[in-house]
Design a protein around this ligand. Structure first.
Ligand code: NAI
Length: 290
């Protein structure tokens, strides 16, 4: 797995590109928006400069990582990828369309993976002529820092594809957890009631965001409270995942989405990436008020 294609240069695609490039792969990062590609490139420069300043990497390593990534504006440029990981908007129809088009450009043996948080890998795979080449590879945010990666074979996925992907992700120095293709897999399923109950505590007027965050951070030893985490992930992404898991589990009330989060998402108060969510943020991502 030398040539890696990444579709979507947002939060996750950019992080996954950094992971693969650091591991020595040649990465092509594709997005429909030029501004998203420019932003991703600038963000990587900033991250690597910080690592150089901290003495974690030297200039040569920074140049090597950057040199391993090219930024492309056409899906067909990913045609020589051994493995492509898609990290675009969490929408089944859009993902299926992109997968079907990508398959017309890649070789017969190329693997096509999705970083989806909650959609069925079987339905994404069904858009392909060769669904056995499709698999879920679910990184967590921020991808370069989070050790765990869930690998999700669909019922169509071949054993060889599962083996190759498990080895590749382990070679990228990540810990693999193989999970069955069910809504939210492992971590996002456990996380739904964590966010949901925190939102209900807020909506019932029991405590405000900051109090809930502080309580869980202090006692539970979490690095971020649930509201900080939702702002970090993005309220649009987080809300959509909850809605998908809730629907996919036949409207099980344990996963019921929250109107508070829905309204924030509709208003464009997406969290850190827009400077406003449960909290307000300055341009460096620091909280200014709640
Ligand atoms: P994002 O909104 O930061 O980035 C998505 C990027 O995809 C944007 O730059 C957009 O221009 C691009 N895009 C949209 N449609 C496209 C298309 N048809 N072709 C090419 N590029 C396209 O989203 P984020 O947060 O990176 O999420 C991406 C995927 O990863 C989603 O499926 C999400 O559920 C999943 N995920 C998100 C996590 C998070 O914490 N944000 C964690 C793990 C998975």
């Amino acid at each position: 797995m030398k040539n890696i294609g990444i579709i979507g240069s947002g939060t996750m695609g950019s992080g996954i590109a950094q992971v693969a490039a650091t591991a020595g792969c040649m990465v092509k990062l594709y997005d429909t928006k030029q501004e998203a590609l420019d932003k991703s490139k600038a963000a990587l420069e900033k991250i690597l400069n910080r690592l150089v300043q901290k003495g974690r990497i030297d200039e040569a390593e920074k140049n090597r990582i950057q040199g391993n990534i090219s930024y492309v504006d056409a899906l067909k440029d990913l045609g020589d990828s051994d493995l492509t990981i898609e990290a675009i908007v969490e929408n089944l129809e859009i993902k299926q369309k992109v997968f079907a088009e990508l398959e017309t450009y890649v070789s017969d043996t190329a693997i096509i993976a999705s970083n989806t948080s909650s959609l069925s890998i079987a339905s994404i795979a069904s858009a392909l002529q060769k669904p056995e080449r499709c698999i879920g590879i679910h990184f967590f945010n921020p991808a370069p820092l989070m050790k765990l990666v869930e690998v999700i074979p669909a019922i169509q996925t071949s054993k060889e594809v599962l083996q190759t992907v498990t080895k590749t992700i382990s070679d990228w120095k990540k810990v693999v957890a193989v999970a069955k293709d069910t809504p939210g897999f492992i971590v996002n399923r456990v996380a739904r009631p964590f966010y949901g109950e925190s939102l209900r505590i807020y909506e019932e007027g029991i405590a405000d965001f900051a109090t809930i965050d502080n309580a869980l951070k202090t006692l539970g030893n979490f690095r971020m409270g649930p509201f900080e985490l939702m702002d970090f992930i993005g309220n649009d992404v987080n809300y959509t995942v909850t809605e998908t898991v809730f629907t996919a589990f036949y409207y099980d009330s344990r996963y019921k989405p929250s109107f508070t989060q829905k309204r924030l998402s509709e208003a464009g108060y997406l969290g850190r990436k827009t400077g406003k969510g449960y909290y307000d943020y300055d341009e460096n991502g620091r909280v200014t008020s709640s």
